[in-house]
Design a binder for this molecule. Structure first.
Ligand code: SF4
Length: 507
């Protein structure tokens, strides 16, 4: 493995932390959160953190086995990775149930905001941003802290105690950014230095979990970004920078930043762009530094975009698309969503019309179509997953556009939504389904054996129902989410976050 900037330490007098990405090396090494944790933990003198991935059974640093580590720390980025977490523990002969093993298993990352499906397997969950509490946790652990002291650390949820837990977040992003990042040609973004311009998003798309759980929106100062980029390029000997942020094109000085970076002669990539904030200077900087592809997410037609609170006009999508093609972008991937509440064939036909318009511009269009998965802590947490047969029919309508289309495996979408909206009882089902082979059939059998209806977790819920994850407080008031849920059906839009606003409860 041709990696640079790997940390090597003598582990004999250290707390050994296994930092596990429960998916492939390629995906994990392109994840900024994973790089932050590696840097943060290894900046502690008394700690040595080593990496594991789904496709590596031994640590990359010292070829140690997972069971040699005192703390096993997973980052949970995607719901379906829950099965990989079980797989990694089992394959490494570590008891799955927390009451049957000596190692401490901790989990952080976006999906930890609903810890309940993994509650029987995980000792502690980190709610929010680990920069704020991971060091305190490890220090307390090294002093022999028990579940009572560890769960008193802000943002730490103990499965045993089931304590009310309020999210923690970094208030000043300028304070810290990992500089010496591991460079690997096999990471999804190549040997790219990841520069995080902002965190959280103030747009409030009603389906988006990050949009609610990573509030408030914060930005790094332009001067600090310049400094981080300069130091990062040198420390990593990197020729490419990827700008990371929920919607990096929303960063107020994005054009200045692109100009600054392209003048430094590094390649630029921006994985997350919005059609209505994409400008010519941004596209020119991307093309000038070698990027020839980008992604946009129109999601659906105008009516449903309004319903999900992503009111981007068709004109903006067409303008951004045409401008990108005219300036030299060769490959644009469009993300679409099906299963939005109240969606009709009229909406889908209108969307087909928009795709055809885009096809006239570029000659070909690439689509990625995904069902709407209701997520906890969002206004859509009360929605159920649409029936798979209806979703299939809707996808058939989109095929009328006759363009290249990747469609998410709908059976896996069913499992994803189940985990997304699961409760503690799902732990037993997950464990069985894992041993029965992980597919839809395995889940059916596990549900049946546990006496639970197969569609139980993906049902629509009433807003008066107590939800499994209510002890986890991400700062957004339930009353605000209910209001947003109701507004969506009236097609009412909520404006983006702004100075002095107190509406959702986070600020
Ligand atoms: S209080 Fe207002 S500005 Fe703050 S996160 Fe909520 S909506 Fe955004």
């Amino acid at each position: 493995m041709l990696e640079r900037n790997v940390v090597f330490k003598d582990f004999r007098d250290k707390i050994r932390v296994a930092l596990v990405y429960p998916n492939s090396y390629t995906i994990g090494m392109a994840n900024l959160g994973f790089r932050i944790l590696y840097d943060l933990l290894n900046s502690m003198e008394n700690v040595y953190a080593e990496r594991f991935f789904l496709d590596f059974n031994k640590s990359l640093e010292t070829k140690s086995e997972l069971k040699e580590f005192e703390i096993i720390a997973f980052t949970w980025q995607f719901e379906l990775d829950a099965l990989n977490i079980l797989d990694i523990l089992y394959r490494n002969k570590i008891p799955l149930r927390r009451d049957r093993r000596k190692q401490v298993v901790i989990v952080g990352g976006p999906c930890a905001v609903n810890p309940y499906p993994l509650k029987k397997f995980v000792d502690f969950f980190f709610i929010g941003e680990a920069e704020e509490n991971l060091v305190s946790f490890i220090n307390d652990f090294s002093r022999g802290g028990d579940i009572y002291s560890l769960s008193k650390i802000e943002g730490v949820y103990s499965s045993e105690l089931d304590n009310y837990t309020r999210k923690v977040y970094v208030s000043d992003l300028d304070r810290y950014h990992p500089i010496k990042q591991i460079m690997s040609p096999e990471a999804a973004l190549g040997e790219s230095f990841l520069l995080e311009v902002s965190r959280g998003c103030g747009r409030g798309c009603r389906f988006c979990m990050s949009g609610y759980t990573f509030r408030p929106q914060r930005e790094r100062s332009f001067e600090r970004l310049q400094e981080i980029a300069d130091r990062g390029i040198e420390a990593c000997a990197s020729r490419k920078i990827s700008l990371i942020g929920a919607s990096a094109s929303d960063y107020p000085r994005i054009e200045d930043l692109c100009e600054y970076l392209s003048a430094r002669g590094v390649g630029l990539s921006i994985p997350s762009l919005r059609a209505d904030s994409l400008t010519e200077p941004i596209v020119e900087a991307l093309v000038k530094t070698g990027q020839r592809s980008l992604t946009l997410a129109p999601e659906s037609n105008w009516r449903l975009r309004t319903l999900v609170n992503k009111p981007i006009e068709d004109e903006d999508i067409l303008r951004a698309y045409k401008m990108s093609i005219d300036r030299g972008i060769k490959n644009i991937k469009l993300y679409l969503m099906v299963g939005i509440p109240t969606e009709t064939s009229e909406d889908l036909n209108e969307l087909v019309g928009l795709i055809k318009e885009l096809k006239k511009i570029s000659g070909r269009v690439r689509l990625s179509v995904n069902p709407l998965i209701p997520k906890p802590h969002t206004p859509f947490q009360w929605l159920g997953l649409e029936k798979l047969s209806d979703l299939r029919e809707k996808i058939e309508v989109l095929k009328k556009a006759r363009v290249q289309m990747e469609v998410e495996d709908l059976k896996m979408a069913h499992i994803q939504a189940t985990i997304s909206l699961g409760d503690e009882g799902l732990s037993d089902i997950l464990e069985k389904a894992y041993f029965y082979g992980k597919g839809l059939g395995a889940f059916r059998r596990a549900f049946k054996e546990e006496g639970v209806e197969f569609d139980y977790y993906i049902r629509g819920r009433d807003t008066s129902e107590i939800l499994p994850w209510e002890k986890i407080d991400v700062g957004v008031k339930k009353s605000f989410l209910i209001r947003e849920f109701k507004k969506s059906f009236k097609g009412e839009v909520t404006s983006i976050c702004r100075e002095g606003c107190r509406v959702c409860g986070v600020c």
